[in-house]
Design a protein. Sequence first.
Length: 375
Amino acid sequence: MNNGINLILNNSTLDSELKNITEKIYTGTRISDEDALYLFENGETGYLGILADYVRQKKHGDLTYFNKNFHIEPTNICIYNCKFCSYVRKINQEGAWEYSVDEILKIVESYKTSGVSEVHIVGGVHPQRDLHYYGKLMQGIKKIMPDIHIKAFTAVELEFMIKKSHLNLEDGLKALKAYGLDSIPGGGAEIFHDEIRKEICDEKASSEMWLNIHETAHKVGIPSNATMLYGHIESYFHRVHHLSKLRELQDKTGGFNTFIPLKYKKENNNLSYIGEVSVIEDLKNFAVARIYLDNFPHLKAYWPMLGKHLTQISLSFGVDDVDGTIDDSTKIYSMAGAADKNPKMTTNDLVRLIKDVKRIPAERDTLYNIIKQYN
Ligand code: V47
Ligand code: SF4
């Protein structure tokens, strides 16, 4: 595994700054914000891939993770109007949906014997639904599937439902935990830098609030994930700033499991004119994230957004997790233009995708306990 990085270290034509950064990575020394920016601006794709793969291999050896999961999107009705969102609708607007608790529980019932270990619940911020509404939904889910892990609600949804129920953050999160919430997904982070956040999602929870909610969740024993929406109007500087806020909080709490870069998809939203970044940009972004976020255990490629081919290639750029079977249960990305209109992979498909790159597929639960290894 050291061949590639040794070749880089012994390459006399490599610029001295890149050589210094390579030495830091080789010796397990944390890279600085300036280093990360330098890598984004000057690191050639193949070079970044070798470094990120070196870091991944040190953390996970030959294992690459996936899980068996499904999504529930209770509603796409939302009080906010994020410019990148293709999914949002207002009450009674064409294309709006809001499932009742009974309708959702019927969906859950259909997964009872399917072997899934996780349900991922995210949706719009519905003006009439508070913490207790979602709490009762989680109780209903656990009644049907007592062992299922509920990973639910972005920090943006959480801020609204907790406020609507007149609780402070800590009490709100404790109440949700008591109702059955096991972990929090990474959505709503977008880009933390105010200059960009103001332009793309001015109305919803601030960056400080997102970080505060995740910090409080970790404090009360709810682990979480983190995301970054990239490839729109942000610069490399803004991405490094975002990553630095995450690394700082992770140093403090250790409560994050996974970082998931989310590629901006351009269809049917108010930023469509920007277009989408190239595949090379996606790979560089995975690689720099893997190298910089030394305290994040996992880096996930979310295949419904990236597509299966790019997901497979990302496994050579620091990624060790490809999310799950999904079972055609999410619309966020297909509405934004992702190639897969009905995202679904069988366990065999995921195992094959991972084995093709000579890794050992490991079915995991949400907290990365291994359920089964496919040697
Ligand atoms: O916060 C919305 C993103 C997120 C677009 O924790 C878009 O395992 C790209 O939370 N192009 C929600 N992205 C999704 C989310 C998530 C997804 C996968 C795994 C996990 C996890 C969490 O979706 C939003 C926003 O950043 N999003 N619109 C778009 N046009
Ligand atoms: Fe609402 Fe989330 Fe869409 Fe923003 S991204 S408009 S918060 S559903």
